[in-house]
Design a protein around this ligand. Structure first.
Ligand code: C5P
Length: 221
């Protein structure tokens, strides 16, 4: 009997949305359910890996045997990911990190007054790019690209710009895959290749993506 394909490997996975607070009751967030990242964590554990899951606020149970760290804001997610980085073989950034956060978080609830209210937002740190450029960079850094058009162009742009080994792209304009869906379909790109993962339950899609990860960890490519 062959050992499980990720036995002895350490995988760090981020999942779910980040919430950037405007005041004690309101936030800027996004529609990520965390299902893809949690499916990856469960599948990686089942394939024998030691798994650390950094999770934004989601309504999902921790997969058995997975070490989970809960965070809320992008800045907290980055701190948790960087703290867990040493010794990891792969990082998979499956979180939907908010691109912008309020410039200030009000201590008290913001009261309604004028007809229009302008919010000032500032860019959040790019966690994935920071991991890929880190002195303790894992051997493999994998990102996701949720797109609504020109999948390959945008995905390949992110692969290069963020310094990734693999990028898993999905078309979130379709209701039967992506954000809140139980199924997904991915096109995985790397510098000189691509691989289609057919539309299937996220657990199956996760196994297919992790098998590409295992291939690369085995060959050292
Ligand atoms: O640039 P874009 O947000 O589309 O890239 C998506 C990928 O980058 C995902 O893997 C996501 O987890 C990661 N990301 C990140 N930090 C950000 C924004 C995106 O790690 N601030």
């Amino acid at each position: 009997l062959a050992p499980p394909r990720l036995a002895g490997r350490r995988l760090l996975i981020s999942a779910g949305p980040t919430f950037e607070d405007l005041d004690p009751v309101r936030f800027v967030g996004n529609r990520s359910s965390g299902k893809m990242g949690f499916a990856l964590a469960a599948a990686a554990r089942a394939m024998g890996a030691d798994v650390t899951l950094v999770a934004g606020q989601v309504a999902l149970a921790t997969p058995p045997g997975v070490r989970r760290i809960d965070v809320r804001r992008a800045a907290e997610m980055q701190a948790a990911v960087l703290a867990a980085l040493p010794g990891q073989d792969a990082y998979i950034g499956a979180a939907a990190v908010a691109d912008y956060a309020p410039a200030e978080t009000a201590r008290q609830k913001i009261k309604k007054k004028e007809e229009r209210l302008a919010l000032e937002l500032v860019r959040t740190p790019d966690i994935l790019a920071a991991v890929a450029a880190h002195p303790q960079r894992p051997r493999l850094v994998v990102g996701f690209a949720a797109e609504t058009a020109d999948l390959e162009t945008y995905a390949r742009g992110k692969l290069a710009a963020k310094g990734l080994d693999l990028i898993a792209a999905n078309d979130v304009s379709r209701a039967d895959r992506g954000f809140e869906a139980d199924d997904n379909a991915l096109t995985v790109f790397w510098r000189d290749g691509r691989h289609e993962i057919a539309h299937a339950p996220k657990a199956q899609v996760a196994r297919a993506l992790l098998s590409l990860v295992a291939d690369r960890l085995e060959t050292g490519r």
